[in-house]
Design a protein around this ligand. Structure first.
Ligand code: PEP
Ligand code: MG
Length: 329
C-alpha cells in the first residue's frame, strides 16, 4: 500500500470532478523540508518556528539563549531555499502553554490562557522584531508567508502589522533585501477569532485554521490532559460550525483559507473538510499522500450536499455516522 501511495507523489491533488487542492507540509525544523518534498508537498503551510527556540536552556539552568537574528535568518533561509520556490509559511514564535520556552520558568496557573504566542511576542517587542527581521530577510530567497498565532483582538493584529512595517523600514534603511509583498496571515484558533472573522479578513492576506487549539478553546478541554482526552471531539457541532464558517467567510472575502491542525491530516475527515469548501490542507508530511489519495477519489458534488446536512445536525451520533458515510461515497 505504501508503494502505491509513493506513486502519487507527482500526481496533482485534484478531486474527481477536477477541483485542485493544495497539500502543504507542517514542519518544525528546516531539515523537515526533505520529507515534505519527498511527499510531494506544494509548500510549507506551517513552519513551527518555536522549535528553533525551545530546549536551549543549558543544563545548569543558566539564562536561555535565544537564537540571534542571523541564526534565525540562516534557518528560515535554509527552509525557503530547500522548498525551491514553493511557499514557506513561517509562523512567528508560538511559545507558552504546551510549548514552554524555558521549562524551569514560572508557569501560570492556566498557561493555555496565559501569555503565549502573539501575546508573548507583543510583550517582548525586541525579540519579536528580531524574528520579523530574520523572516523578512529570508523572504528575498523565495516565497515566504508570515503566519501569526493566537490572535484574538484587532489591536494585536494592528500592533503586529506595525511592527512588521518597522522591521521593513529598518531593513530598507540598512539596504537589506526582502520581499515587500510578503503576505501576512492569521491563525484562527481562538473561538472569538472565528466568530469575529470580518475583523481578520479586513486586515490579513490569508487565514489558517489551527484546529488543535480551536477545539481546545471551544470545548474547554486541555489538549494535553489525558484525563479529559475522551472529550476532545473534532466533530462536536460547535467546532464544525466554527470551521465551516471560517472557511466560507474567509473565501467569500477572497482570502486563501487553510487548515493546519491535526484534522487536516486525518483521512477520515478529508471529505468533510472538502465538503466545507476547504482547498488547502497542511499536515505532517507522513500523512500527505494518504490525504491525496482520498482527494483523488472524492466527488465534490456528492460530498458537498451531504456536508451541508451534517452542518445542520446537532446530534453527535448522527454526525459521526454521516461523516463515516462520506467515506463510502
Ligand atoms: C493548532 O493549534 O491547530 C496548530 C496547528 O498549532 P499548534 O498545534 O502548534 O498549536
Ligand atoms: Mg495552535
Amino acid at each position: 500500500a505504501r508503494k502505491r501511495l509513493l506513486k502519487l507523489k507527482k500526481t496533482p491533488a485534484v478531486t474527481k470532478d477536477g477541483t485542485p487542492v493544495k497539500l502543504m507540509a507542517n514542519i518544525e525544523l528546516p531539515e523537515d523540508c526533505a520529507g515534505a518534498l519527498e511527499a510531494g508537498a506544494n509548500g510549507v503551510g506551517l513552519f513551527r518556528s518555536e522549535f528553533l527556540f525551545m530546549g536551549r536552556a543549558n543544563v545548569l539552568g543558566n539564562a536561555l539563549r535565544i537564537p540571534s537574528e542571523d541564526e534565525q535568518f540562516e534557518q528560515y533561509r535554509k527552509a525557503v531555499v530547500a522548498m525551491k520556490g514553493r511557499p514557506v509559511t513561517i509562523r512567528t514564535l508560538d511559545v507558552g502553554a504546551d510549548k514552554p520556552l524555558d521549562p524551569t520558568e514560572h508557569t501560570a496557573l492556566n498557561p493555555a490562557l496565559g501569555l503565549r504566542a502573539i501575546r508573548y511576542c507583543l510583550a517582548e517587542p525586541q525579540l519579536f522584531l528580531t524574528q520579523l527581521r530574520a523572516i523578512l530577510r529570508a523572504s528575498s530567497y523565495g516565497k515566504v508567508r508570515i503566519l501569526i498565532p493566537m490572535l484574538a483582538h484587532a489591536f494585536e493584529i494592528d500592533q503586529t502589522l506595525s511592527m512588521l512595517e518597522q522591521a521593513k523600514l529598518q531593513l530598507r534603511e540598512e539596504g537589506v533585501k526582502y520581499d515587500p509583498d510578503v503576505e501576512v496571515g492569521a491563525m484562527i484558533e481562538i473561538p472569538a477569532a472565528a466568530l469575529a472573522l470580518p475583523m481578520f479578513v479586513k486586515r490579513m492576506d490569508f487565514l489558517s485554521i489551527g484546529t488543535n487549539d480551536l477545539i481546545q478553546y471551544t470545548l474547554a478541554i486541555d489538549r494535553v490532559d489525558y484525563e479529559v482526552a475522551h472529550l476532545y471531539n473534532p466533530l462536536h457541532p460547535a467546532v464544525l460550525m466554527l470551521i465551516a464558517q471560517t472557511i466560507a467567510i474567509g473565501q467569500k472575502a477572497g482570502l486563501d483559507v487553510a487548515v493546519c491542525g491535526e484534522m487536516a491530516g486525518d483521512t477520515k475527515l478529508t471529505r468533510l473538510l472538502l465538503g466545507m469548501g476547504l482547498r488547502e490542507f497542511s499536515m505532517h508530511p507522513a500523512q500527505l499522500l494518504s490525504v491525496k489519495q482520498e482527494i483523488l477519489n472524492s466527488d465534490l458534488s456528492a460530498i458537498t450536499s451531504r456536508t451541508r446536512r451534517i452542518l445542520r445536525s446537532y446530534e453527535p451520533d448522527e454526525i459521526a455516522a454521516a461523516v463515516e458515510q462520506l467515506q463510502s461515497l
